[in-house]
Design a protein around this ligand. Structure first.
Ligand SMILES: [Zn+2]
Length: 290
């Protein structure tokens, strides 16, 4: 665990942590998005172009579609919307009614169940023994609240409630974005970054450095969680800086892993982090709560 206060700003960086641009206006960047309750800012760290890609392609989708229902249920709002006193968007749900017609309803949140669907991923390919193979990955879906949704459908004489579109690649890019940006702030210059192409959507090899854990883990008493560790690849001893990211831990959501960067084996930096063989979770590691 680091000694810094949770929420204290990191940086300033002085270049865009995504594309490397230096001679341009740089904005401050929330490491965990503001709209998911993230407090930590990485100062002067993102150019306008990259910020727009991240907002348009990753964060807007995750906050307004994928995580919309739990955000409303737990009252998580961005600082910006609180400051501007913008009323929260109403809960909207696309349903198929009893007559078979699809439409949008505005349910009362007290009566509408808490629900969330997320992808589950196997561990990143780069950590496997056969890390040089290009075998396609397959994941699974994790669903919270399906029994309660079924009850809601029956009680309201509906045919179905449509769940938000789950786009695994955008979830994966969000995990990469959080892990990369916070690591640049905490461990500047101590690793060779691996996630920038994934974050910007410039590579098809997303599962190489980002993945997860296909097992179910019990809920924890926090919202979003981010912690770092060092991972040693069993096949050749290559060391990585790894991150463990979990959204809505209180709902028991899946755990994701990102290999943020390579660490030099010849002159390893003093990261003061637990070393894991592989990326599977080990008991006794201390998570860093943000
Ligand atoms: Zn940039």
């Amino acid at each position: 665990m680091t000694a810094r206060d949770a929420g204290a700003p990191l940086g300033p960086v002085g270049y865009c942590i995504y594309c490397g641009a230096r001679d341009c206006a740089l904005t401050d960047e929330h490491t965990i998005p503001d709209g998911l309750g993230g407090k930590t800012k990485l100062l002067k760290s993102s150019c306008e172009k990259c910020q727009k890609i991240i907002n348009d392609e990753i964060e807007n989708y995750c906050q307004k579609t994928l995580f919309k229902n739990p955000r409303l249920h737990f009252g998580i709002r961005s600082e910006k919307s609180k400051r501007k006193k913008v009323p929260p968007d109403p809960a909207t749900v696309r349903i198929i009614d009893g007559a078979g017609d699809e439409r949008i309803i505005y349910p009362n949140l007290d009566k509408y169940p808490l629900m969330l669907t997320l992808p589950m991923f196997p561990p990143p390919i780069a950590m496997r023994r056969d890390f040089q193979s290009n075998r396609e990955e397959s994941g699974a879906k994790w669903v919270y609240g399906s029994n309660r949704i079924q009850r809601y459908v029956t009680e309201n004489q509906l045919t179905a409630v449509k769940s938000p579109l789950v786009d695994p690649l955008r979830v994966l890019r969000l995990v990469a974005k959080i892990a990369h940006s916070h690591a640049i702030g905490l461990y500047p210059g101590m690793f060779t970054p691996l996630l920038r192409a994934i974050i910007l959507g410039n590579t098809a090899k997303c599962f190489r450095y980002v993945g997860g854990d296909m097992r179910e883990w019990p809920p924890e008493s926090c919202g979003q969680r981010l912690s770092y560790f060092q991972a040693r690849r069993a096949a050749d001893g290559q060391m990585f800086l790894g991150a463990e990211v979990r959204f809505f831990c209180n709902m028991g959501a899946p755990i994701y892993y990102a290999l943020v960067g390579r660490i030099s084996r010849q002159s390893p930096p003093d990261l003061d982090l637990p070393v894991r063989e592989g990326v599977l979770r080990l008991p006794g590691t201390i998570p860093e709560f943000l």
